[in-house]
Design a protein around this ligand. Sequence first.
Ligand code: SF4
Ligand code: SF4
Length: 390
Amino acid sequence: MQTLEALARDARALALGEPVPPSAAEAEVARQLQICNACRYCEGFCAVFPAMTRRLEFPKADVHFLANLCHNCGACLHACQYAPPHEFAVNIPQAMAQVRGQTYQDYAWPPALGALYRRNGLALSVALAGGLALFLALAVALRGSLWSVPGADFYAIFPHNLLVGLFAPVFLFATLALALGVRRFWRDVAPATSGAPLSAPATAEATHAVLRLQYLDGGHGDGCHNEDDAYTLSRRRFHHLTFYGFLLCFAATAVATLSHYLLGLPAPYDLPSVPKLLGAAGGVSLTLGTAGLWRLNLRRHALHGDAAQKPMDRGFIALLFLTATSGLGLWAARGTPAMALLLCLHLGAVMALFATLPYGKFAHGIFRTAALLRHAVEKRQPHPIGLGAD
Ligand code: SF4
Ligand code: SF4
């Protein structure tokens, strides 16, 4: 589904005072959930099925909520007696993934940039090429060479204020775009999920689910599926390494910024300083996590997820891997003639990552967290139907 098509479709319906019709992907999720609601075999797997039992119909906002609650673990596909080649063709992870891709586009801010999700592989490549070209050109312009720059000081190549001036606007824009996009999603799904406000217990439960990646355990603790119907904890573990590696790298940057401005301690830092410890642990964790996710992604069962989103998934994994390994390589190359080149590679990768955060796979973490929060709120409300239990 294309963003402009979605906007035109919605505008036409609104102008006529009609309910906005579901897209083909949304209608397919609704069709499959009607079958699941009669079957309910998968109730114990994840949060989607208990949430489903609170509904008899599946309008757009409910489908958006449930699609982002799905973790694409594959459990309900491998358990399903109505999965292809059965004529019912129930494939919940695939149908949910297609709607998730649509929601990322439809809720993107600014709306015109939602189109970047459709050509995300190309968008990442262009952003990376642009980031590398920018820093290579700047290094040559400022230092006259990419080789044999003396010393181990990054700021001798790129002054601190120049880096802040380049990165801060891009990072702030990415944060704003993600926040405004998820706010639109929240406003749409909140009425469909009881409309009740966030509470401390609901927030604590959703935070716990996010930090543990709870729904990648298959609901029984043995794990989810990847290439076949065998359970595996590999996806959860490599997701954890990636997730916490990213957070540690972010923490390293935050601590380094505070050290620079509050303590007057500029980079580079050495072991055992806090920024270096956080950055080294984060870099190693991110490298291992993304390498594992890449391997798992290449082997993923053909019926899992949306094949059209594979370039986005793999592009994001590859960019995170490049960011982590170039950062570790830069550490190893400090004070050598290769330092300037590696610094350009690392900064170009980080710039491409920041620039594409709101329009790529990173969005799934933000939208899924919002869906988990709404689920934790909704399940605390009286059951509207009374035919199923949470
Ligand atoms: S995915 Fe299949 S087995 Fe599971 S609840 Fe739906 S119809 Fe039943
Ligand atoms: S794929 Fe996994 S997370 Fe998604 S609905 Fe099925 S069981 Fe739940």
